[in-house]
Design a protein around this ligand. Structure first.
Ligand code: PPS
Length: 349
């Protein structure tokens, strides 16, 4: 069955907030996307995405995938950039010189860029730089990259290119607990995506599965179901915070790069530390954040902590969140439910 797309119209509190406080001239509307006609396996809802997605859905579905591609997939604000940098450095034999001198969006482009906004680059700019080509069409741009290609996406499993199933490139998925993801997403959307509403309204949108790429639990579950596939590695932000060296060793093994020695490991852990990434212009998106910043404490690398939601959520937000988590987890089979509960309690999934 074909992928179905339903435009979001007003009438519920969440849809009204979305249309009033989260539309701009560069993103005028949203739709619910039902991959192959059906919604997420847990909620049955379609995935929320900007309306531009419908212009790219076929191109993505039919995209040529290469078996030596390396993909990092995630729900937004879950440590994607951190994971990309780790994966890229491991796969490129610790070429930190290149890592520090080339923007991550060019080394490891975001496939979804062109359907998140209507920004297609500077129309007066006819020089064919990689940056311009990326902005014109971030999906088509991928076909110009040399192999092995490194590709970032926030799409759920069911909206990935069809050829992923047969070509089986390596896919690393990174998950983060939903409360921290929500807080991080709120700051990101206020700063970079034109969200004009309050934090309380953002929490409402998140819990109504009404921010881009939601429903959160369908997204995580769509990859978790594939966690034992030989080409899939499922990681959590919490385990990266707790024991980065052991995650690096797992990723190296998964990528077939077991030669990483103790010295490399130490150098890579330093390179991937929050402090170092915050001051590294190749990964901190400073060129995008700087023109939008309206207070000195706004950074892409914002806090980088586990459980920082405790400082920002009201008792009411927490109560709503806990009820939402319980409602979603109780709909899972007991193995999945127990695994996700353990993840939220211990950080390990
Ligand atoms: S995006 O825009 O969806 O790709 O964002 P993403 O990269 O997934 O998530 C950004 C959050 O990851 C934090 N981050 C880190 N935490 C710890 N250590 C390192 N090195 C690191 N790098 C990025 C970043 O600070 C964002 O989380 P918050 O909670 O907002 O600080």
């Amino acid at each position: 069955m074909a992928t179905r797309f339903e435009e979001v119209v007003g009438g519920t509190k969440a849809n009204d907030i979305l249309l009033k406080d989260f539309t701009t001239s560069f993103r005028p509307g949203y739709g619910r996307v039902f991959p192959r006609g059906t919604g997420g396996k847990l909620s049955g809802k379609g995935y929320l995405l900007p309306t531009f997605f419908s212009d790219f859905e076929k191109q993505i579905r039919e995209m040529e995938v290469k078996s030596d591609d390396v993909w990092v997939a995630s729900y937004p604000k879950t440590g994607t950039t951190w994971t990309q940098e780790m994966v890229w450095c491991i796969c490129n034999d610790m070429d930190l010189e290149r890592a520090k001198s080339t923007l991550i969006r060019l080394r490891f482009p975001f496939m979804d860029f062109s359907f998140m906004t209507n920004f297609r680059g500077d129309p007066n700019e006819d020089v064919k730089t990689p940056e311009n080509e990326f902005m014109k069409n971030s999906v088509a741009f991928l076909s110009t990259l040399e192999s092995p290609r490194f590709i970032k996406t926030h799409l759920p499993w069911d909206l990935l290119p069809e050829q992923l199933k047969s070509k089986k490139p390596k896919i690393v998925y990174i998950a983060r607990n939903p409360k921290d993801s929500c807080v991080s997403y709120f700051h990101h959307c206020r700063l970079l995506e034109g969200y004009k509403g309050s934090f309380a309204d953002f929490v409402h949108l998140f819990l109504e599965d009404s921010v881009s790429y939601s429903p959160f639990w369908d997204h995580v579950y769509s990859y978790w179901e594939h966690r034992d596939d030989s080409n899939v590695l499922f990681l959590t932000y919490e385990e990266m915070k707790k024991d980065l060296p052991s995650v690096i060793r797992r990723v190296s093994k998964f990528m077939g790069k077991e030669q990483l020695n103790e010295e490399d490991l130490k150098v890579l852990c330093d390179h991937l530390s929050f402090k170092s990434m915050k001051s590294n212009n190749a990964v901190n998106y400073e060129h995008i954040v700087k023109p939008k910043r309206n207070s000195a404490d706004q950074h892409f690398m914002r806090k980088g902590e586990v459980d920082s939601w405790k400082e920002e959520m009201s008792p009411e937000d927490i109560e709503h969140f806990d009820a939402w988590i319980e409602k979603n987890l109780s709909g899972l089979d007991s193995h999945a439910g127990d695994s996700f509960r353990k993840w939220l309690a211990t950080g390990k999934l």
